[in-house]
Ligand binder design. Sequence first.
Ligand code: GDP
Ligand code: MG
Length: 782
Amino acid sequence: MTLKDLKPGESGVIKRVGGTGALRQHFLDMGVIPGAEVTVIQFAPMGDPVELRIHGYELTLRLDDADKIDVQTIIHGEKAAPSSTRKKLMEHPGLGEEGKFHPKGSGSKLPSGTKLTFALVGNQNSGKTTLFNQLTGSNQHVGNFPGVTVDRKDGVIRGHENTLITDLPGIYSMSPYTSEELVSRNFVLNEKPHGIINIVDATNIERNLYLTMQLLEIGIPMVVALNMMDEMTGNGGTVDINAMEAMLGVPVVPISAAKNEGVDELVKHAVHVAKYQEKPLRQDFCAVDDHGGAVHRALHSVIHLTEDHAERSGLPVRFSASKLIEGDELILSQLSLDQNEKETLEHIVLQMEKERGLDRSAAMADMRFAYIKKVCDRCVIKPKESREHIRSRKLDRILTGKYTAIPTFIIIMGLVFFLTFNVIGAWLQELLEKGIDSLEKAAGSAMAAGNVNSVIQDLVINGLFEGVGSVLSFLPIIVTMFFFLSLLEDSGYIARVAFFTDKLLRKIGLSGRSIVPLLIGFGCTVPAVMSTRTLPSARDRKLTILLTPFMSCTAKLPIYAFFVNTFFPNYGGAVMTLLYIVGVFVGIIVALLFKKTLFRGEAVPFVMELPNYRLPSPRNVMQLLWEKAKDFLQRAFSVILIATIVVWFLQSFDFRLNPATDSHDSILASIAGLLTPLFMPLGLGDWRIVTSLISGFMAKESVVSVLEVLFGAEGGIAAVITPAAAASLLVFCLLYTPCVAAIASVKRELGVKWAMAVVLWQCAVAWLAALVVRLVLLGFGL
Ligand code: GDP
Ligand code: MG
């Protein structure tokens, strides 16, 4: 029978893992290996995917993939009882015992004054970013969704000026499965940091040590930071640190990154091993007596066979041998083996597979997990089921329950929008608007009293206050929106949303993982596009990137509010909601279109960890909000300010730089006039509107500031366009190319050609949709 046939609550032992290539390697790396015990927890509300428990953590798989995994059912109670003697907490050796791993003086000390570089490597959700923030005091976005860190970030360790630490994307193994894994792997292999800080989640130790095994093979000086020790000990677990150090051959430091415990000691050890270049003492984890030693013999044969090539290509010998046996094509091509050597390698592997009774990848994964099991049996007393886990399970009964998941999702999202636009955000916005208004009045009367030049008066009042001021008042709404989105993300809820929306998203050619960028897209397209790096296939990434701009970002809100106030004052909520829905709807249509044409083929498999729900720390949330506010203020006072001044200038003067008496004669009118015919069919054939749309390329908010500058008070525009044209303008603004910053991030991910294509494509879609909306409204006689 296969994993698919198990019912919720039933357990089985994996007999065989089917499938091929990178995906299969990923299964193995995640611990889905022959001999491992799995328990089915639940099926997603729509029947697919399934949530499993394996090696003590929760994992999701699609039924199609689960069908490739053969299992044998087991009846509970048959398992060997876990060892129960609690390990005594022992004193952890301090730095006084320097040189514990090497006789003193045998390490090759780096010349003093060398800048020590460190890589922070670990699984997703192990607390890397939290630790990075503690180490550097910097504001990094911390999230509880697998793979929030999508880019590398550097910082100096506090109190150690001559250091540089890099926070790498979270990875599960050193196999190149997602582009993030490749980023992290290439960083470690090519940039050769002086030391690695390997962060290990103690509450999930088996899965986390799998990466540790591979890092040790690389032979770079390393320290293991055993994180989340507060949760571990709080639930009655312990780790014999000294025994673990002996078995891994590197210093192990228990820490709690969130509580800043043990971090100083970690830094001391890290700096020490890096400075003295103390390499891991152990690299050999393949036991001679493990299943007759087949893997052991194969590994050592390959090491001898390829040693010279590895040294020539600057790759770690042991690491590349393991990867060769696993069948890693990238390493194989880097080593440039001769034909004879390649054949010998294949013969060695064949012999190993025959003796071990497992294929190459499974045999290697099994060898690593066998050693991990030894380490855990010897050093770790697993905690009883943690409070955090019990709480998560209870929450999941509702949040991912068969009948409750989707209704609660809708309620939660509805609540987020309601609180943002009607309650918290709106209230704060009103307050700010009043403040800006009274400031404007004060400035106006002060300038009038002081007889300031009337052109300057015009610039300050009609340019700056009307333009930048109106945009500025949206700060509270934007910050509130990000507050809720980050709360959802940090708590681990969005991972669940991905779990139960996978089946729906597959219908439009995506996988549940794409829900993250799409939801972040409601906040801002730039981080949304960046977060697509967590998607394991290029096809999914491209498709998701093309769709995120259709999710209405917060910068478009000022535009909606402006037009709602002027044209549909009584239908504010309805119009806004409709716009969001139109965005999603157009996104779905575009996705279906692409699925049938440019992006045929299957979405990526859905293998994802479901972390425990955790309450995000207030400090992290405040840091994020501050960052967003700063970002917005910077934009308001740079791009938007400049755009407003430029537009004000161009519309106030004619080509001879005389003040234009009639704005029809202004420079701006002449330039924008060229594009006006294009917008005639939409009922928007006014140069002022065209100008505002052009400025929207710089930042969406400046559409409003430009309109305010050009039309003056709010009533002005109502004289020029009809409500139907206003509706079509809203739809155009919703769908056309997001700002330069978003285009730049698309360019960074996909290259210039794609970025250009996105710009043209989105303008075309927006134009068409706007036309349709106008025609429909005209058809109804509006
Ligand atoms: P990353 O994905 O590896 O960068 O992990 P994050 O730094 O985003 O942390 C993931 C989650 O674990 C966040 O909710 C943190 O608040 C939480 N966390 C991090 N370190 C600790 C710790 O030492 N103890 C506890 N209880 N939670 C932690
Ligand atoms: Mg992170």
